[in-house]
Design a binder for this molecule. Structure first.
Ligand SMILES: Cc1cc2nc3c(=O)[nH]c(=O)nc-3n(C[C@H](O)[C@H](O)[C@H](O)COP(=O)(O)OP(=O)(O)OC[C@H]3O[C@@H](n4cnc5c(N)ncnc54)[C@H](O)[C@@H]3O)c2cc1C
Length: 149
């Protein structure tokens, strides 16, 4: 008798624990049937989202893309021209990309940046050719650069 009481109390205790820690977030999220669906949702309307959206629109023109921005305008944060230095470069001009290690200059990172910048230039050239962008001078201009030690 004592043993079966212990067993019953144990089972009830287990059920109480399961009830208390049951997953409450597993309920189905109700959505409106009229709610539009998108293939891609981009959070933030800075240069990264804009670039990714441009790539995706080129590769998958039939995809629905939605971009959300918390500010009242696009490129209002870091991508705003007044909030960054406004330079696009191959990585040779910033000496932190060519650090000195064991009395040798390590150019690994500079090469990586140079490759990335080359891809960017190809991307812009493609956009100019296809009239997505119209005048290169409105967004990129070569300028001489000197680094002082
Ligand atoms: C001082 C400084 C100088 C720089 N100089 C250069 C330079 O010379 N050359 C260069 O190539 N790069 C430079 N950079 C870096 C470059 O500006 C950034 O890497 C680039 O702008 C980042 O773009 P992003 O789209 O990732 O971010 P952001 O432009 O910051 O865009 C992110 C967007 O997301 C929005 N957002 C955030 N949270 C939410 C949310 N929950 N919901 C909706 N929207 C949200 C923000 O409002 C913002 O508009 C510089 C950066 C700084 C800070």
């Amino acid at each position: 008798m004592k043993r079966s009481l212990k067993y019953t109390v144990g089972v009830i205790g287990l059920l109480v624990i399961i009830f208390l820690f049951r997953p409450t977030a597993s309920n189905t999220i109700k959505t409106s049937t009229n709610e539009p669906t998108f293939h891609i949702v981009l959070i933030g309307a800075g240069i990264m989202s804009a670039t990714l959206a441009t790539y995706l629109a080129e590769l998958q023109p039939d995809w629905q893309i939605r971009m959300y921005e918390r500010l009242d305008r696009i490129a209002g944060d870091t991508s705003n021209g007044w909030n960054n230095a406004g330079t696009g470069h191959s990585g040779f001009m910033e000496m932190n990309y060519t650090p000195e290690k064991d009395e040798q200059i390590d150019i690994t990172q500079a090469i990586e940046i140079a490759n990335q910048f080359k891809i960017s230039k190809q991307f812009w050239a493609y956009q100019l050719k296809h009239r997505v962008l119209h005048q290169s001078q409105t967004f990129i201009n070569p300028v001489p650069h000197i680094s002082f030690l």
